[in-house]
Design a protein around this ligand. Structure first.
Ligand code: AMP
Ligand code: MN
Ligand code: MN
Ligand code: MN
Length: 279
């Protein structure tokens, strides 16, 4: 089992635990090195750091940034970023502005479909400074329009469904630049989750590396064992380092637990290989 987890969420984005609760839970689960990687914000990091200081846990400053690449939404995790970096913060604030426009657009579409007040409803679930699709999902489950978060996505929030709005996020090269400007390392999140062909995924990895990206999340809470092996092979072939993260969003998603990530496959070079202070 790994004692490192480089991909987690809090109430600063679409997780359901506060940053402090997340850190407490990670410490209790045996995590020694934890990255908080909220979507398009670093707002939870200060609270997470204060909580980490109380435990024998090292916090890695992170974020998970939304990218549009070749008509596909891709998530890029930035690790060891300086949250005070202006280039990074300007980029993230542009994404949050887009998120607010998109949230109103999702609500407008849901209203055409007959579901009212979705913007206000989703906003009530958003505890941080941004609204995501997960917040809409919580609202729609609360009002009985679907039985689970997963069901809401399937019924309302994905392509060809009533509340779908196609993402217009940041460019891949820009996002890698922001992360690098902030002193961090860029890693492609959950690479097996994108609905792209193998050839297109390999093209993404080439472009990502060309842009200055250094890692691939080989072990992810959303990957199968077979996918660990496939992604480890891709990382090796493309000379990318391997990362590992649960993508934990809170206890509502019991299929992903903290402290349960298996070791990286043998052929991997860990992204944390040269990091100081790892215990
Ligand atoms: P957004 O960035 O607002 O478009 O929302 C993306 C987030 O929605 C992801 O980070 C997941 O937390 C969640 N999500 C995406 N697809 C699903 C799904 N099929 N079931 C449950 N949650 C999902
Ligand atoms: Mn999420
Ligand atoms: Mn993601
Ligand atoms: Mn995530």
């Amino acid at each position: 089992m790994l004692t490192i987890d480089l991909h987690t969420h809090s109430t600063a984005s679409d997780g359901t635990l506060t940053p402090a609760q997340l850190v407490d839970k990670a410490a209790a689960a045996g995590i020694r090195n934890l990255a908080l990687t909220d979507h398009d914000t670093t707002a939870g990091l200060a609270e997470a750091q204060a909580a980490a200081d109380k435990h024998a846990i090292r916090l890695i400053n992170g974020c998970e940034i939304s990218v549009s690449w070749s008509q596909t939404t891709i998530h890029v995790v930035g690790l060891n970023i300086d949250p005070d970096n202006q280039t990074l913060q300007q980029g993230l604030s542009g994404l949050r502005e887009y998120r607010d426009w998109r949230a109103r657009e999702i609500a407008r579409k849901l209203e055409l479909y007959g579901l009212e007040n979705a913007y206000e409803g989703a906003a009530a679930f958003a505890k941080g400074e941004l609204i995501g699709r997960t917040h809409f999902a919580h609202y729609l489950v609360q009002h009985g329009h679907a039985e689970s978060i997963r069901q809401v996505f399937k019924k309302f929030l994905v392509k060809n469904k009533p509340g779908y709005v196609s993402g217009r996020w940041a460019a891949l090269g820009d996002v890698v630049d922001w992360i690098t400007a902030a002193g961090g390392q860029a890693v492609i999140a959950h690479p097996a989750r994108y609905s792209v062909t193998r050839a297109k995924l390999l093209r993404l990895l080439d472009e990502f590396r060309e842009a200055g990206g250094i890692g691939l999340e080989v072990v992810s809470g959303s990957h199968s064992r077979d996918e660990y092996q496939t992604m480890a092979k891709h990382a090796e072939n493309k000379q990318l380092k391997a990362s590992a993260g649960s993508d934990y969003h809170g206890p509502e998603n019991p299929w992903i637990e903290l402290g349960r990530l298996p070791a990286l496959p043998d052929n991997c070079e860990p992204v944390w290989q040269d990091w100081p202070q790892l215990s």
